[in-house]
Structure formats: C-alpha cells, structure tokens
Ligand binder design. Structure first.
Ligand code: A2P
Length: 346
C-alpha cells in the first residue's frame, strides 16, 4: 500500500482553507488523517472534508509533531509565527501567504511551470504564489520559453473572494443594501465595492505601486527565473464573487502570431483556450472559471501598435488555481518525490 500522510490545513474555516479541504478530498490525496486548524474563535466548530466533518482545533495549542504536510492559508502573521514551528517539527509547509515568497531559500512554485523548484526547500517551506501571478504563469511560461518575453503589461480585475470570507459577505451585504436604498457601509474594503471598482489591493509601497502590483513583478521574475523581465502592473478589485481576470499585453523578442500563441497554449498544461470571435466565445469568471480548475485564455490578438506585441485575456478561479488547487498540486509533487510519512500507515 502506498504511503499516507497526516495533513494539517491552517485557516480551515477561511475561503481558501475550505476549498483546500474540498480539493484534498476530491483528488483523493492519500491521507491518514486531516487536521483542521483555525483560531480559538472557531475551535469546536465543524468543517467539511468530503462526506466527513472535521472538528476545528485551535492552532495556538496544537502540537504539530505528527504532521507530515501543512497547508497554510490564515494570513501572513499566522504563517510567520507558526510555519517555522511546523517545519521545525518535521512537516513540509506549503504556505499561501506572501511572508516567505521572496526569500531565496524558499521555493515559489506553480505546479505546471517550475515543479522542480519544490525539491530544494532548505527551510521546509514552499511558497504558493499570489493568485494574480499564479494564473498568468501557465500561460506565459510556454511563450517565454519559445519566444522570449521582454515586457508584460497587465491590468487585473480581481474578485472579492481573494480578500477572504468577510469580503465575500461585504459584497453581498452592500449589493442588497444598495438595491434597497440603504447605506452600503464599507468595512473590509476602503470604499464601496458593490457596483464599483477599487484600484487598490494590499498596501501602498514607497514607489506608488500597491503591494499586490509589486507581487506581480517580484513573483513573475522568481517563477520564470528571469530577473530581466519587465512587468508593468495595475491591480483592481471588481465586484465579482469568484474568479480573477487579467488583460495582458506582452512584448516578445521573437514575434509570436495570434495563431502560434493559440497553438502553443492549446498544448500548455493547466490551460484551456476559449477564443472564438463571437458573443460568449471568450472566458469570463462566472461562465468559465468559477469552481473550475483550468486557467482560461481568450481574446488572443496581435498588438496593432507594436510589431512584437500580443494581447491576451486570462481568467481563473482565484481560490482554486489561484490558491487552494496549486497548494494541493504542490503536495502532490511531494508524493511523487516519495516524501516519507512520519507514521507507518501502510
Ligand atoms: P477563524 O475562522 O478562526 O477566524 P479568510 O481569508 O477567509 O478571512 O480566512 C482566514 C482564516 O485564517 C480563517 O480560517 C481564520 O480562522 C484563520 N485565522 C485567522 N486568525 C487566526 C489565528 N489567530 N489563528 C489561527 N487561525 C486564524
């Protein structure tokens, strides 16, 4: 019998944690046990794991000694404090926060693009990229390999689920409030999100960009292993519940035609081309991405204003490929490398 692992999900009650549990169950990850961890507030409540229910335990008092693999999605402060403790106890940590992503000794892995990087993890921590960078990588990596991308212009249209469960609730609440002529009362977002757009995600940086925008610069370079890549990002929150979209413009060293791009992307793992020049012949968060695994790409056009420019429209479920699915796919890489299980479970 193959090995079975004891897996912890930290942030199990959150928007990403819940889907991590669902994907572990759906993909039949070989678990001997799954431990659902969250704050003391949620301890004792239950979360779903396939047809089973797990009782949530308090992270602060949990002993990680028996854990083989820990998936963290409880925010940066929790990762900073607890991920090293889990790693010191011998677990491999797959961390969805930005805490360790830019450290040289922590690999940043997109399962279809740089799986080999996951093997070198001196701190026992593997970082899961930010959702906006994540969905771009399976599309851009094959183009970069064959045509050499020099510059990326990207404007994101990011759904509220990326900001967590309270943000989902806020969009619902504000929408209902506005439709009944009541005050939308922003709480999680700095200004009203319902029927609005907010060009501000994460903190402003000294250079005038937001941290969400800089993540696209830093993470793209790290994952594609090319510090010379030029990335020009604008990140915008939109009143969509699930699914991020990106208007992407690239400039390549060698010209790539729209037909060549379509053919290349049709073969790219994790990517689905939806590119018919008719109404609905393009991916949208609601019609294609929400609740689905692939990264969808459409509206592939050569740039009218640049001899080696190409435009693309890239859409994915930010909670699945953008976070939970890739984390589980990284865990599957650990299986494939034959990670030992602490207890002999078979
Ligand atoms: P809790 O439900 O106990 O607050 P989201 O990104 O959807 O807001 O989810 C955040 C996740 O991180 C939730 O599961 C949340 O658990 C968890 N979390 C937040 N603060 C802590 C904490 N101090 N210790 C453990 N888990 C936490």
């Amino acid at each position: 019998m193959s090995k079975q692992y004891k897996v912890a999900v930290v942030g199990a009650t959150g928007a990403v944690g819940e889907v991590m549990l669902a994907i572990l169950a759906d993909r039949r990850f070989p678990v001997s046990a799954v431990v659902a961890l969250a704050s003391e507030r949620s301890a004792g409540s239950v979360v779903a794991f396939g047809d089973d229910e797990l009782v949530v335990q308090d992270l602060a008092t949990f002993d990680p000694a028996s854990i083989d693999i820990a998936l963290f999605s409880a925010g940066g402060a929790i990762s900073k404090e607890y991920a090293p403790k889990f790693a010191a106890a011998g677990a491999v940590v797959i961390d969805n926060s930005s805490t360790f992503r830019y450290d040289d000794d922590v690999p940043l892995v997109v399962s279809e693009v740089n799986p080999e990087a996951a093997r070198h993890r001196p701190r026992g921590i593997i970082a899961n990229p930010n959702c906006s960078t994540m969905q771009l990588m399976p599309v851009l990596a094959p183009i970069h390999r064959e045509y050499g991308i020099e510059r990326i212009n990207v404007a994101t249209y990011q759904s509220v689920s990326g900001a967590g469960r309270r943000a989902l609730e806020e969009l619902g609440r504000q929408t209902a409030a506005l439709l009944s002529f009541q005050d939308p009362a922003p709480a999680k977002f700095p200004v009203q999100i319902a029927f609005n757009l907010i060009p501000h995600i994460d903190e402003f940086q000294p250079n005038g960009y937001t941290k969400e925008e800089m993540k696209l610069v830093w993470e793209t370079r790290k994952i594609l292993g090319d510090a010379s890549l030029q990335v020009n990002p604008t990140a915008v929150r939109v009143p969509v519940f699930f699914g991020h979209s990106e208007a992407v413009h690239i400039e390549t060293r060698k010209k790539i035609t729209a037909g060549e791009a379509r053919a290349l992307l049709a073969q790219a793992p994790g990517v689905e081309v939806v590119d018919e020049r008719k109404a609905g012949g393009y991916p949208t968060p609601v019609t294609h991405a929400s609740g689905r695994d692939p990264v969808f790409v459409g509206r592939i056009r050569e740039d009218l204003s640049h001899p080696r420019g190409l435009n693309l429209w890239v859409v994915a479920d930010n909670i699945r490929k953008g976070a939970a699915l890739n984390a589980v796919q990284i865990a599957e890489l650990l299986l494939a490398e034959g990670l030992p299980a602490k207890a002999a479970h078979g």
